[in-house]
Every structure is written in structure tokens, then in C-alpha cells.
Design a protein around this ligand. Structure first.
Ligand SMILES: Nc1ncnc2c1ncn2[C@@H]1O[C@H](COP(=O)(O)OP(=O)(O)O)[C@@H](O)[C@H]1O
Ligand SMILES: [Mg+2]
Length: 267
């Protein structure tokens, strides 16, 4: 079906159990249709995985959801709020956070400094206090520091708090990227290949952290190549290929799907 022959989207609202709803999402870069007619339902408190070969459009889909890019067409609703047109920083304030496949740390800042910098969207003080460093600044600073220490304990980096981010091992940098995303207190956390480059013990730790976050009520979307991790934590899996949906279902359904096996798992 071509884009122009598609029927107009239904105007009904997604059910209340759905935190993020996407419908008919398209994104083209020049001659590449990176995302083609993707629709998805991410229920509250679930882990939703996106898998597919390199170039399938997974990161682009995350970029559409986080607001780094706007879709050419389609709509997204986050807890009743239409996201299309909203820039990334506004979506962050609504409770969307993400990590990047290519890490975006401040290498010349300390580990704890990186987490504090990420929490700025929730600073509870008037802007002029930053300039004159009033009492509220000191209290806010202490609150951010305590929160950052807690997050560093959560990801296992508490002993590394004061070293430069640049001096961390790769796996540690990935965990710092996770702590930074968590510093914004997200309701929806989007992880782009969080296990890439991690050793087996680090993958186990990541798996455990994701489980804890979900148990705490967080909703998580994870793009991942590590099939073992996906099968262990995902409630639903969207399989993409050439920008399109190849399959959507539970991990067991994905593993049993001849289409998926032929196009991806078997490769
Ligand atoms: N900013 C961009 N500009 C041009 N092409 C892009 C851009 N981002 C992604 N693409 C292209 O879109 C396709 C999907 O890429 P991507 O979403 O990164 O796939 P995946 O994350 O599944 O590996 C690829 O062909 C890629 O080269
Ligand atoms: Mg990618």
C-alpha cells in the first residue's frame, strides 16, 4: 500500500493501559525509507524490545519517539499527549528519557558530574539563583548530588564517582549513560543497544537493573542485538526489517515465527 492510499487514521484514543502509542510512523532520509508505517502499543510497566538487522530503522524509530527527529507522517501519543511536533527537551520534561547507541557522555566531567548535569531538567530553583548562588541553589545542588550518588550505586559506579568519565572502561561508560538517563526520573526509558560491548557479567548486571526498574513501575523500550537479553526481559518484541514491521509478539512467538527465523534469527 502506498502512503497516499492509506485510510485516514482513526481518531479514537489508545486504551489507558497504553503509555506510548504510535500509529503509521514514517521517516525518510533522502532515498532511504528508514521507518515505514510502524505502529506500536507500549503498555505501562512493560519492557518492549525492538530488534532487527543493522540498518533496519530501530534507532530512527527511537529518534522519532524521543523527538530527535520528527516523523514525515504518523502520530504518537504519550499518556494522552500528542508528541509529534514537540521537541526533545519538552518530551524529556514529560518523562521520556533515552540512551544513545553512540555514547554521549561529557568525557571531561567527573562521573558524578555527568549524572548531575543530566538531572538539570528537574532543578527546582529559579534561574537567577544559578547566577548568584543563593540558598536554594545550595539546597538544590545537595539534592542533585544525593540523587546522583544513589543512581551511581544503582548502576555500580559509586566507587568511580569522582574520576573523569573519559577514564571509565567501555562497559562502565554504558552504565553511566544509563544513570544519566535515569537522572531525569523518566516514566519511559528508551535504551539503544545498552548491552553493546558489555562482557557477560556486565550484561547480567544490566539485565538485573532493567528488571528492577520495571518492578519499580518504569516502562522500558530497548533496542538490542543481544537476543538472549531480549528473550529474558521483553514482554513484547517488535521485529523490524528495511524500516518495516516484520513481526510483533511475545519473545516465544518471535522465536517460533518462520518469517523472523528466515529473515533474521537464522541469518
Ligand atoms: N540522520 C540520518 N541521515 C541519513 N540517513 C540516516 C540517518 N539516520 C539513519 N539513516 C539511515 O536510515 C537507515 C536506518 O538506520 P538506523 O535507524 O540507524 O538503523 P538501525 O538502528 O536499525 O541499525 C539506515 O539506512 C541509515 O543509514
Ligand atoms: Mg541503531
Amino acid at each position: 500500500m502506498t502512503a497516499s492510499s492509506r485510510p485516514a487514521p482513526a481518531v479514537e484514543a489508545p486504551p489507558a493501559s497504553v503509555l506510548l502509542y504510535g500509529e503509521g510512523l514514517h521517516k525518510r532520509f533522502g532515498g532511504v525509507q528508514a521507518v515505514r508505517d510502524i505502529s506500536l502499543n507500549v503498555p505501562h510497566g512493560s519492557v518492549f524490545a525492538i530488534i532487527g538487522p543493522n540498518g533496519a530503522g530501530k534507532s530512527t524509530l527511537l529518534n522519532l519517539m524521543s523527538g530527535l527527529y520528527q516523523p514525515d507522517r504518523g502520530r504518537m501519543i504519550f499518556d494522552g499527549i500528542h508528541l509529534v511536533g514537540l521537541p526533545a527537551h519538552k518530551r524529556a520534561r514529560l518523562g521520556l528519557a533515552r540512551t544513545f547507541q553512540k555514547l554521549r557522555l561529557f568525557k571531561q566531567l567527573s562521573v558524578v558530574g555527568n549524572v548531575i548535569a543530566a538531572s538539570h531538567i528537574h532543578h527546582q530553583i529559579p534561574p537567577w539563583q544559578y547566577v548568584i548562588h543563593g540558598g536554594a541553589f545550595a539546597r538544590d545542588d545537595a539534592r542533585c548530588r544525593a540523587e546522583a550518588d544513589k543512581l551511581l550505586r544503582f548502576v555500580g559506579l559509586e566507587a568511580r564517582a569522582s574520576v573523569l568519565a573519559a577514564s571509565l572502561a567501555y562497559g562502565e561508560q554504558r552504565m553511566l549513560e544509563l544513570a544519566r538517563a535515569l537522572a531525569t526520573s523518566p516514566r519511559l526509558l528508551m535504551l539503544d543497544e545498552p548491552a553493546a560491548g558489555l562482557n557477560a557479567a556486565e550484561v547480567e548486571r544490566l539485565l538485573e537493573r532493567i528488571r528492577l526498574l520495571r518492578a519499580g513501575g518504569m516502562t522500558i523500550i530497548v533496542v538490542e542485538h543481544n537476543m538472549d537479553l531480549v528473550m529474558k526481559i521483553a514482554d513484547r518484541v517488535l521485529v523490524m526489517d528495511y524500516g518495516q514491521q516484520l513481526f510483533e509478539g511475545t519473545p516465544a512467538q518471535v522465536q517460533a515465527s518462520p518469517t523472523v527465523i528466515a529473515a533474521y534469527l537464522g541469518a
